[in-house]
Design a binder for this molecule. Structure first.
Ligand SMILES: [Zn+2]
Length: 461
């Protein structure tokens, strides 16, 4: 499975290690994941639907919110999966979760699922929800964390640097925070190297200085942060000599970010798709730049406007049903993202493929004729924009159906001619004679959650 050293809990025994009970449980799940990734699509679906029916039966019986809602759902463990009955289960929207509140929490969680914890999350939707999770669900979360390390062959004896903490006064510059292991899951099972972290609200000059000082093997942060750091390092000729791989989380990854990462530091970028309320949704394939759905932990549907499953090449809403959180089951939960369905992967894994994860619904461009469009800029778009003006950071904000604001932070003031060519490029790019206003800023702020979005819609939907 790995050449990482597993921690032993028995005195004087180093090899083969005998892990403690919690680590053993985690390794036992991982052992199964190592095998099931190679199963056929059919075999995966059969195992998954059996688990799903257990979840549905539990939800109907012990979660007040679902008593009526799941009346027609397929809930007989052992019986074949009934796709038509499943489709009668209504989609669970974020506002439903807000309204349902504690009626979504099970009144009869099996004791073996352990204690509960709760988190609040807004994604980048501005609609905070509360999610209650069981200790058992945490075990699965940890297993997928480890799967990601194993898939991407990280040497866990190295140093991991993260720039993601946004809590006030946590891991502040210049010292950041230091830990002697890579976090709960990795540290429980493996003898890992140290981890260091820095608050995401530090400036990127500070982040680069900190990274040079820490000289990590791996960097974990948001795509927009990586992009800016790589740009800065490229411009100043700064190398991070030990860096082997960059991992990104929690924002839409633009293809250009992979490219600049290679250009600046000559390292690959590995992206992952997770949500705090739903867990690991998809991980990047070890052999390609697309994603594999984590079918052992979650049932993912990608649906078109008519709520039918998308075929390969189509983009649709991502609807998830985590299989193991019996504390607060989310059944057909609309996570608020879109994804493009891909073909079976050449690597041989049976886990379904998502070719791209696309942004949040609120961040689509609304055309005056009612169409919604993806405003994501491709690598060549960015190049075209850079050719027109020295842009350090940009953000589009749709103010009304006819008006787009382009917020910019630039290396120097732009000439009147540059402003005009930029405006006409925006109209061209978005395919409509929008009214384009340019505003200039020293630095574009992150959202309160510490994220950055390059396209924000202010339209009410
Ligand atoms: Zn693959």
């Amino acid at each position: 499975m790995t050449d990482q050293r597993i921690k032993s809990s028995i005195d004087e025994i180093q090899w083969p290690a005998v892990p403690d009970p919690r680590a053993s449980a985690l390794l036992a799940v991982l052992f199964q994941l190592e095998q099931s990734q190679w199963w056929s699509v059919e075999k995966l679906e059969t195992a998954q639907s059996a688990q799903l029916q257990r979840l549905l039966a539990h939800a109907r019986r012990s979660v007040p919110f679902y008593r009526e809602r799941l009346k027609n759902a397929p809930t007989a463990p052992g019986s074949p999966w009934d796709q038509d009955r499943w489709r009668t289960v209504p989609i669970l929207r974020r506002e439903d979760v807000q309204t349902a509140a504690s009626s979504l929490v099970s009144t009869d969680l099996p004791a073996s699922h352990g204690v509960l914890d709760e988190i609040f999350t807004s994604g980048s939707t501005g609609q905070p929800i509360r999610a209650v999770r069981s200790e058992l669900w945490g075990l699965f979360w940890s297993a997928f964390t480890l799967r990601d390390h194993l898939w991407h062959r990280r040497d866990m004896t190295g140093k991991l640097a993260t720039i993601r903490e946004s809590g006030r006064d946590k891991a502040p510059y210049p010292d950041g925070a230091v830990s002697d292991n890579w976090g709960y899951a990795s540290g429980l099972v493996f003898a890992t190297g140290p981890a260091v972290s820095l608050n995401i609200t530090s400036t990127f000059e500070q982040q680069v200085e900190w990274l040079q000082r820490e000289d990590p093997d791996y960097l974990l942060t948001h795509p927009s942060i990586v992009h800016r750091l790589a740009e800065y390092c490229l411009e100043k000729g700064i190398q991070l000599s030990r860096l082997r791989q960059v991992e990104t989380i929690s924002e839409v990854l633009r293809p250009a970010t992979r490219e600049i990462c290679r250009e600046a530091w000559n390292v690959p970028l590995v992206d992952m798709y997770t949500a705090r309320e739903a867990g690991y949704i998809a991980l990047q394939c070890p052999a390609a730049e697309h994603y594999h759905v984590q079918s052992e932990g979650i049932f993912v549907e990608v649906l078109n406007d008519r709520e039918e499953p998308c075929r390969s090449g189509e983009v649709g809403r991502v609807i998830v049903t985590p299989l193991h959180n019996f504390a607060m089951p989310l059944v057909r939960y609309d996570i608020g993202d879109y994804a493009e369905v891909g073909d079976a992967c050449a690597c041989g894994r049976g886990l379904p493929v998502l070719r791209r994860i696309l942004g949040r619904e609120q961040n689509m461009l609304a055309m005056p004729d009612g169409q919604m469009r993806w405003p994501l800029l491709s690598s060549s778009d960015l190049q075209a924009m850079q050719a027109r003006a020295p842009i350090r950071q940009y953000q589009f904000r749709q103010k009304s159906l006819e008006c787009i604001e382009l917020r910019l932070s630039t290396l120097r003031p732009l000439t009147a001619e540059e402003r005009e060519t930029l405006r006409s490029w925006v109209r061209d790019k978005f395919g409509h004679p929008f009214e384009v206003s340019l505003t200039f800023h020293d630095e574009l702020p992150l959202t309160r959650g510490g994220k950055f979005e390059d396209f924000v819609s202010e339209l009410r939907r």
